[in-house]
Design a protein around this ligand. Structure first.
Ligand SMILES: [Ca+2]
Ligand SMILES: [Ca+2]
Length: 303
């Protein structure tokens, strides 16, 4: 008897085939008749609280890997993250039920000390309408050049997870190992994302990655107006110079726009108190820095 996850995987594969995205999943376990992969032990895809976000991804999203609903707003961390709702803002209610997509990036330290970079595609469909997915084009944007990522994903391990809720709809996560953090370092700053068309609505979603204090960091929305640089793999890459129980809180102003994106300027940047997080020693040096955001700020904020 196929599991619901296997059936869901097949539905998604059919939808992706129609969307021209089948190549990404051609070698994926999602095609196999066996049940979905599950992370075991201390692996990169362990999901301790079972909210469909691996522990390592919760670090990027700044959610609690031990709580399904970190901000207590009644929606799971997965739903908040896929809807770009600040996961620690308890006063932000979930948005109306709709199709959603978001691409996020996380890191995982292997036994040999190297840090792998994983890319996660998060999808939420109304009901079980996974067939509403019409196009999926993963990309890496670096210095204004857009590099398609289908061929890379096709050759790397891919994991698939799904949950179906009668009220919240169908939630799907596809995770793919991209490269090592050391290799990614040559490309920073860059944006890893995807252009997704669901039910004729185009969503461009991505994660902006940069370098701070010589290590890769993720530009993560903290509130409606603030952002922070979050570490890619917790303690794996940071040094003793990083300030503990603080985070680098920033404000951005869009100072230019043109074909392909917007330029944002960091106006404020300070290490602020925040339990369990870390602030790079060069946080305040970021003031005045310019960031190129492909397809604009909406790519990382969701609008
Ligand atoms: Ca989780
Ligand atoms: Ca929540």
């Amino acid at each position: 008897m196929p599991t619901s996850a296997t059936l869901g995987a097949r539905f998604l594969c059919l939808a992706l085939a129609g969307a021209g995205a089948l190549a990404w999943f051609a070698d994926s376990p999602a095609f196999a008749p066996a049940p979905q992969l599950r992370a075991e032990g201390d692996g990169p895809l362990v999901d301790t609280d079972g909210d469909l976000l691996p522990d390592m991804l919760e670090l990027s999203a700044i959610t609690d890997p031990l709580r399904v609903d970190t901000n207590g707003n009644g929606a799971s961390d997965f739903l908040d993250v896929v809807q770009h709702i600040a996961p620690r803002a308890s006063n932000r209610m979930p948005r109306p039920l709709d199709h959603e997509a978001r691409v996020m990036v996380s890191g995982f330290q292997r036994a040999d000390g190297q840090v792998d970079v994983w890319v996660h595609l998060l999808l939420r469909f109304v009901g079980t309408q996974v067939g509403a997915l019409q196009q999926l084009e993963p990309f890496l944007d670096v210095q204004g050049l857009r590099v398609p990522l289908f061929s890379i994903f096709q050759q790397t391990p891919t994991d698939f997870g799904m949950q179906v809720d009668p009220v919240r709809g169908t939630m799907i996560r596809v995770s793919t190992k991209l490269c090592t953090a050391r290799d990614l370092g040559y490309l920073l700053p860059c944006t890893i994302g995807a252009r997704v068309v669901i039910d004729r609505r185009t969503i461009t979603t991505g994660t902006y990655l940069a370098r701070s204090a010589e290590v890769p960091v993720i530009l993560t929305p903290w509130s409606d107006t603030e952002f922070c640089f979050q570490t890619l793999a917790d303690d794996a890459l940071v040094t003793s110079f990083w300030r503990r129980n603080k985070l680098c809180l920033m404000t951005l102003t869009i100072v230019g726009s043109g074909l392909g994106g917007q330029v944002g300027r960091i106006d404020q940047a300070e290490c602020e108190i925040s339990d369990g997080l870390k602030c790079p020693p060069d946080c305040s040096n970021g003031r005045g820095s310019l960031l190129f955001l492909p397809d604009g700020l909406i790519t990382i904020t969701g609008g």
